[in-house]
Design a protein. Sequence first.
Length: 157
Amino acid sequence: MIAVYPGSFDPATYGHIDIIERSAKIADKLIVAVLNNSAKQPLFSAQERLDMLKETCKGIDNIEFAAFSGLLIDFAKNNGASAVIRGLRAVSDFEYEFQMALTNKILDEKIETLFISTSAQYAYLSSSIVKEVARFGGSVSSMIPDAIEKRLLQKIR
Ligand code: PNS
C-alpha cells in the first residue's frame, strides 16, 4: 500500500515525526506531502519544510517527500496512493478531520483516510503552539528536534 501523509508541517513537531514513523511501518511506501498553498502564509517555505522533514526522517527507508499544491486527492491519485494518513489528537480535531475525510471520499471513493491516534505525550502538541512558545522565548526542545529548533530560532529572531 502506498500512503500519503499530508500536512503543513510548519514546522514538523515530534507529534508529526511519531505519526511518520508509525505509518511507515504500516505502508509499503509512505509519501510525506507538504502543502504548498499560497493562500496559507507559512513561516517556512515549502522547500525549508521539506528539508527539515528529510533531515529528521533520514533513518526511514520506505519514505519519500514531496510538496504539493491543489487538491490532496489529485496528488494522491497521481502518485498511486490508496490511503491518506492523518493523526488525531483530541476530540477537537475530529470535526475538521471528518469533514476532510468525507470530502476526499466524495472526490475519490477509492482513496481511504486512515486515522492514527497521537501518542499520549504529544496530544497537546501543534506547530502553532511551538511557534508561539518560541516567539515568546520559551523552550521548545521537548516539542521539536534540535535541528528544527535551530532553524526556528533563526527564523523568528
Ligand atoms: O497540517 P494541516 O494544515 O492540518 O494539513 C491540512 C491539509 C494539507 C491536509 C489540507 O489542508 C489539504 O489537504 N489541503 C489541500 C487542499 C484540499 O485537498 N482540500 C480538500 C480537502 S478538505
